[in-house]
Design a protein around this ligand. Structure first.
Ligand code: BV8
Length: 244
């Protein structure tokens, strides 16, 4: 690869956090194995039984609080520091490992586990503790309207205006650790491709989105993504080369 890119978008899914010890959704021991998606990750499930949904996320919070970023998250920080391009991270993950690794320009399109939103006034606040339907909103004082600030099935994604702008100006689109089954995130590669980006998919195996990517790099992202970052950095001309 010898091209110098100007605008890079890195889309991440649960697979980038797998080597940090966090379960993915759809693998054999995945998060959805012991729960039906429609019982915990839909807005109907929330209204039907808010404390069942709160409990699912209350149980998830401590593990995500203690999780540490792995080399896949860390190499993105190195790239953002050393590669002369605008580099954004669009993540489907609700963990904060991109932030813990020092990544900048991170957009959590499916929300974040450590954020709670009040369905009455829209106020969003941070917590790593348990939440229940008895809790009161610190802003409007309403009880029983607090929800994890996580985008459930049937809800619109967050930051879509920013994502649209990023996709139509990117010249390199890199997808890391996502099965490509959840929309609209699974469709982002098509927009990037339409606007002329080179598209790379990093995964352990072929995904449903396979044919949409120019290149596929198989293997654990903690190994493959740092190698890719080193290749990108090797193509950056040195100051001497630039001055010729
Ligand atoms: C919306 C919250 C509209 C809970 C999540 C078009 C076609 C078909 C369906 C739809 C469509 N448009 C919309 C839909 C409906 C739906 C949808 O896509 N359904 C699918 C399942 C058919 N989409 C929605 O409802 C979205 N909303 O479209 O709203 C709208 C518009 C206006 C007004 C109102 C409404 C909302 C989608 C968000 C849903 N919320 N989660 C929670 O997170 O707890 S989705 C859930 O799946 C997670 O957020 C997760 O991030 C996401 C994607 O999963 P992945 O991250 O890919 O994880 P997965 O386990 O699947 O895969 C992991 C991958 O990593 C694997 O490929 C594995 O091989 C790989 N891997 C593992 N280890 C490694 C690795 N790779 C590299 N290295 C490793 N070490």
């Amino acid at each position: 690869m010898t091209r110098l890119y100007k605008n890079i978008v890195i889309l991440t899914g649960a697979g980038i956090s797998a080597e940090s010890g966090l379960a993915t959704f759809r693998s054999s021991n995945g998060l959805w194995n012991n729960h039906r998606v429609e019982d915990v990750a839909t807005i109907e499930a929330y209204w039907r039984n808010p404390d069942y949904v709160h409990q699912f996320y209350n149980e998830m919070r401590p593990e995500l609080y203690n999780a540490k970023p792995n080399p896949a998250h860390l190499c993105i920080t190195e790239l953002q520091k050393k590669y002369p391009a605008h580099i954004a991270v669009v993540t489907q993950n609700v963990d904060t490992l991109h932030e813990k690794a020092g990544n900048q320009n991170v957009f959590h399109i499916h929300g974040q586990i450590n954020q709670i939103v009040c369905m009455n006034c829209g106020h969003v606040f941070e917590t790593w503790g348990d939440v229940s339907s008895e809790d009161k909103c610190e802003h409007c004082g309403t009880t029983g309207m607090l929800k994890p600030n996580i985008v459930f099935f049937g809800e619109s994604l967050l930051y879509m205006d920013q994502v649209d702008r990023l996709l139509n100006s990117c010249d390199l689109f890199v997808s890391v650790g996502t099965s490509g089954v959840v929309y609209p995130a699974a469709g982002f590669v098509q927009f990037a491709k339409m606007f002329g980006a080179d598209t790379y998919e990093f995964n352990m195996e072929e995904t449903s989105n396979n044919s949409l990517f120019d290149k596929h790099i198989y293997g654990p992202a903690g190994t493959t993504l740092p190698q890719f970052v080193q290749q990108l950095l090797a193509d950056v001309p040195t100051k001497e080369e630039m001055s010729k």
